[in-house]
Design a protein around this ligand. Sequence first.
Ligand code: ADP
Ligand code: MG
Length: 329
Amino acid sequence: MKRFFVAFLTFLFALTSAKAQAVFQRSFVKMGSAFDLTLVAKNQTEADRLIEAAIAEIDRIERLISSWDQASETSLVNRMAGKQPVKVSKELYDLVFRAKAIAQMTEGAFDPTYASVDKIWTFDGSSVQQPKAEIISATVAKIGFEKLVFDPLESSLYLPLQGMKIGFGAIGKGYAADRVKSLLQKQGVTAGIVNASGDMSAWGSQPNGKTWQVGLVNPKNKEKVFAWFPISNQAVVTSGDYEKFLMIDNKRHGHIINPKTGYPSQGVISCTVFAPKAELADALSTALFVMGVETGIDFINQLNQVEAIMIDDDGKIFTSKNISIDETI
Ligand code: ADP
Ligand code: MG
């Protein structure tokens, strides 16, 4: 009888504690981007504590990977390009190592060393002259993930050419989303969604038992969602060209650069990638812009646990083999 009573009490407790979970949400700007954090917690006080911990983690990552912050390890590696290897934290070393692996897998469509070319283009939607061809080709000569020198014993990174640079514009927010998710999971948070400006990492489900739903924004009308997807324990990343682009000869050029040519990619206006990790999804969504629709979808179809939706200039939708939605937006 006593045993039954204890079991009953435990059951009651489980019921009330399950019930006591509610959804909390906060929006903030970090890494120059709008973040939206949604999580389940017992009360506002607990939610605030967790959200503060998440923000501190994003700040920490930003201090590590920012190319703007002169004090970051990344800036130091860049300053020492062509001079000497730089001993870095295991975290940065591993991040660059994984970035190189993704660069290999995408045959350089995504390339963390694209960054030397970043400064010669400005993407604010204004119509400007393109940089001189000589400048572009001289800069492209400094790009190439295969040139990166890793020393695992020293935990050092070396960029062998002067002016060579690494940058995490295409992977940093995804990485931050993954880290925040894992930090919150370690703190016992059973469900949530980290949304780093369209780079989303989710886990668990809503307190009412329903799956989280992610809406994909119509790149031609940002107020509208064109498709909803249920997600749990997964990342969804959307890279869009509707905010950062450049007009050259009345043609739209995206903020993603083809590392082989040094010219901005064309033809694709939005890419969404579903993958187990936001870091991978983020890098792949960038790579898809460079690959274009045909090669991009073909590439995604060869990967396990990865799906994609691409939208071209005409608003035509292309999907990988396990996704089906209407063909135009
Ligand atoms: P967003 O979510 O802001 O659209 P993306 O994930 O698409 O960002 O990454 C775009 C950013 O990645 C660019 O602003 C630039 O910093 C960087 N980048 C551009 N082209 C490449 C490339 N081919 N490989 C790696 N990084 C790139
Ligand atoms: Mg990306």
